[in-house]
Ligand binder design. Structure first.
Ligand code: BG6
Length: 480
């Protein structure tokens, strides 16, 4: 079957920065089906040649040393352009005719990638349906939908309904690029392909879990979008909750889309919904100084660029184990890490001064950069009686496997072409994620909302968040 990858929003940033470089890299590695064709759709009146020329420049820029001009020249011959407006029925009819001609009327696998502004997701699906482009009688038809999927629970449910009028759920691939990261997939391998972690991966041995997604960058050019979204919609509802699900889920019965997603959804369903009062004590929000001076940001904006929160998972495995999540822009450094803080031994034989929980065993999963895993444990200091010090076992991807880590989009685009939805979010998953975020967003918008703390760029968020953690009897691991 021919494979056709249709990108709506072809002239956008995501297409040139991520999608085309990922497809080119897949071809370079010999992973893209030989017959794969790429069709860009957007309103700009390009010819096939114009678009290829433009992509030559951007792909060279974004693939760097991996760019091979001869290979690109050959690959670019399978790239086409079809002008079209998502608001016009007749443009979808023209696209249908163009795709039929390109595929010679053969049964084919088609992936429609919606890389447009989010407000067009619903209409695009509706018109794909109306034009018969979602119909699977002549091959497989899939739609990939970028984040954000809705702006709250109600709009996500509405969007799911609209999408489902044209596509069945098995055809819908809601993308979250964090699931395409090697280290995020490795978290499943760490937990479910080893025996030593599972027996201790629960409330009996774990004191708490910390998930930090810190970014050094400020909002920059995306200020217009960001100011209406804020950190909870931008990072927590999707990426951070994905990390939480994979950390906390039960072992699926097998590695396949539905068993994996069934277990992930159960985690979200077990997360305790916060009351407005709990939002005040279990969340903290901040904004970096200078944010309101960014172009495109309202000068009186109260949008949070930093948030920290404590979630509780009400199930047998995790009862009583807090999950502390935090994320922010303009922080000390770029790092995404998951820290599993174990409990102290029940009885300490060696009298080595007062101890705190942060001196007990700790597993640090470094999602990015410096991808790897560290296990911290106590060791006897030589020649000093029974004095102890924390040391670690250190696994580093780069040291162990060499070579560069693939971009998250490579794996995800290939999975979408091959029909494996394991690393994509299901309808109930996005809705359950919103059910956790909605009460927080509501309480933050109320008149007696919690304080918005200010922080200087280059720090780990507001000082109050460090204080808040001390009051919890714990401390953040600020590791760059
Ligand atoms: C995006 C957010 O989804 O993820 C951005 O919209 C954020 O605000 C980005 O910067 C972070 O992705 P990564 O892969 O750089 O951690």
């Amino acid at each position: 079957m021919p494979h056709t990858f249709v990108i709506f929003g072809a002239s956008g940033d995501l297409t040139s920065r991520k999608l085309i470089p990922a497809l080119y890299n897949l071809r370079r590695k010999g992973r893209l089906p030989e017959d794969a064709k790429i069709v860009g759709v957007s309103r700009t009146p390009f010819s096939h040649e114009d678009w290829r020329k433009e992509l030559t420049e951007t792909t060279a820029k974004f693939t760097g040393d991996l760019f091979d001009a001869a290979l690109w020249e050959e690959f670019s011959q399978s790239i086409y352009y079809q002008p079209g407006d998502i608001g016009q029925d007749e443009d979808f009819a023209k696209l249908a005719a163009f795709l039929d001609e390109l595929e010679g009327g053969e049964p084919s696998t088609r992936v429609y990638y919606l890389s447009t502004a989010p407000r067009f997701y619903g209409q695009a699906c509706e018109r794909l349906g109306k034009a018969g482009l979602a119909d699977e009688t002549n091959g497989e038809r899939r739609v990939v939908i970028e984040k954000p999927f809705g702006t709250d629970g109600a709009s996500a449910r509405e969007l799911n309904k609209t999408v489902h009028c044209a596509f069945d759920e098995h055809q819908v691939y809601r993308i979250d690029h964090y699931l395409g990261k090697e280290t995020v997939q490795n978290l499943m391998v760490l937990r479910f392909a080893n025996t030593i972690f599972e027996p201790v991966w629960n409330r009996n041995y774990i004191d708490h879990v910390q998930i930090t997604v810190a970014e050094e960058v400020e909002v920059g050019k995306r200020a217009g979008y960001y100011d209406s979204a804020g950190v909870v919609r931008d990072m927590f509802q999707n990426h951070i909750l994905q990390l939480l699900m994979i950390t906390a889920m039960e072992a699926p019965i097998r590695y396949a889309a539905d068993p994996v997603r069934d277990e992930k959804v159960k985690v979200l369903q077990a997360v305790r919904t916060m009351s407005a009062d709990e939002v005040k004590t279990s969340t903290m929000r901040g904004q970096y100084r200078g944010y309101t001076a960014e172009e495109g940001v309202d000068a009186r904006s109260r949008t949070a660029t930093f948030a920290a929160m404590k979630l509780s998972i009400d199930n047998w495995r995790w009862q009583g184990v807090p999950f502390y999540l935090r994320s922010g822009k303009a922080m000390s450094c770029r790092t995404t890490q998951i820290v599993i803080q174990f409990r102290e031994p029940p009885h300490m034989l060696f009298d080595d001064g007062p101890r705190s929980v942060s001196e007990a065993n700790r597993l640090v999963i470094q999602v990015q950069p410096n991808e790897g895993i560290q296990m911290h444990f106590e060791t006897k200091v030589p020649d000093q009686g029974m004095k102890m010090r924390q040391t670690d076992l250190d696994f580093n991807y780069q040291r162990e496997f060499r070579g560069t880590m693939p971009e998250a989009y490579e794996r995800l685009l290939l999975d979408a072409l091959e029909g494996d939805a394991s690393l994509f979010a299901r309808a109930d998953e996005v809705e359950a994620a919103w059910a956790i975020c909605d009460p927080i967003l509501h309480a933050w918008a109320e008149r007696d909302r919690p304080t918005l703390y200010m922080y200087d760029p280059g720090f780990w968020g507001p000082e109050e968040s460090t204080e808040w953690m001390y009051q919890e009897g714990r401390q953040w691991f600020d590791i760059c």
